[in-house]
Write a protein that binds this ligand. Structure first.
Ligand code: XMP
Length: 319
């Protein structure tokens, strides 16, 4: 009989056999796949593992802290928190073209990862959370919400370039099996069930030029929106939900005065694999209550819209 407990033992034995006494580097994104990879490797080889978490300053509210706390403090995994916010936001200044944004982030991500990984002595292996569908997809198509460094930022050939061999302990698993394994390894259910989050992060939810101001407003609005969704018990029915801050300011009234602040769009979709999606049919009450909360609680936003575009013809993200 095949169980996740047995798979775990088998995977650990295989990792030990492949790696021996060598050192392994693992890129941690905060997503489920890279997290399960890191924890499994840590169980197998302990301190021979070092994780590198590249923080591009485009994460959601508290996200970096949560990742660092969980892996470093709770799991006791050696973790380098590469906080390169200044570098990324500096390079993105004045950039508004979506493709240029993605390329800028992808390239910097690889540079930064390589820099930090290069400082880890005796590293011989690079661990990646490649899943079975990624293995098939890499032959036919790519673009799904996977979190290996390669597909996360659409840059291949990194291990070869760094002279590292690959360890891919999830290569035989589907997403639901990775979640079951995560559960087996003690990852909290709230973490395992988290919505996918794209490699370029909030950059593609901030159409047009990215500024620190807009990012701060976006983080706050997104936190309120997700809180609303959780409070109404809708989180697990939704594939992905997030706020996009629009590159336009509109006039509003508040108290005796006028406001001139940003408009935002709420997005929520149902989907099976991210390839097609329908917008989520929130009740008008939910939407009204959420809009009121965002406008009251987030300084800088005075108008809230709901995106009712399905995919196709729309994409899930705004850029
Ligand atoms: P779109 O916007 O293309 O998104 O409908 C489909 C799914 O892919 C995610 N996504 C990405 N994931 N790197 C990623 O790891 C990326 O560059 C990227 N772009 C989009 C998106 O969040 C959705 O789940």
């Amino acid at each position: 009989d095949w169980t996740m407990g047995a798979y775990r033992e088998e995977a650990i034995a295989k990792i030990r056999e492949q790696v021996g006494d060598s050192h392994v580097i693992c890129g941690l994104s905060g997503g489920v796949d890279s997290s399960v990879t890191a924890i499994l490797l840590h169980e197998a080889i302990g301190d021979q593992l070092t994780c590198v978490f590249v923080d591009h300053g485009l994460l959601r509210q508290n996200e970096a802290d949560e990742v660092v706390t969980m892996f470093r403090d709770h799991y006791n995994i050696k973790l380098i928190h590469a906080d390169e916010t200044e570098l990324f936001l500096g390079e993105l200044e004045g950039v508004s073209d979506p493709e240029t944004k993605r390329k800028t982030i992808g390239k910097l991500f690889i540079d930064v990862f390589q820099k930090y990984a290069g400082e880890i002595e005796d590293a011989e292996f690079l661990a990646q959370g490649t899943l079975y569908p990624d293995v098939i997809e890499s032959v036919s198509f790519s673009g799904g919400p996977s979190v290996t460094i390669k597909s996360h930022h659409n840059v291949g050939g990194l291990p070869e370039k760094m002279g590292l061999k690959l360890v891919e302990p999830l290569r035989e698993l589907f997403k639901d099996e990775v979640r079951a394994l995560g559960h087996e390894l003690g990852l909290p259910a709230s973490f395992i069930g988290r919505h996918p989050f794209p490699g370029p992060g909030l950059a593609i939810r901030c159409p047009g030029e990215i500024t620190r101001d807009k990012l701060e407003i976006l983080r706050k609005a997104d936190a309120v929106y997700i809180d609303q969704i959780r409070k109404h018990g809708l989180y697990d029915e939704i594939w992905q939900a997030f706020v996009a801050i629009l590159p336009v300011r509109t006039v509003g009234v508040m108290g005796d005065g006028r406001t001139y602040d940003y408009a935002c769009a709420l997005r929520a979709v149902t989907s099976v694999d991210g390839m097609t999606a329908d917008y989520y049919p929130f009740s008008h009450d939910f939407l009204g209550e959420t809009a009121t909360r965002i406008i009251n609680e987030v300084k800088g936003i005075n108008r809230v819209t709901y995106d009712v575009t399905s995919k196709p013809p729309g994409t899930i993200e705004w850029e």
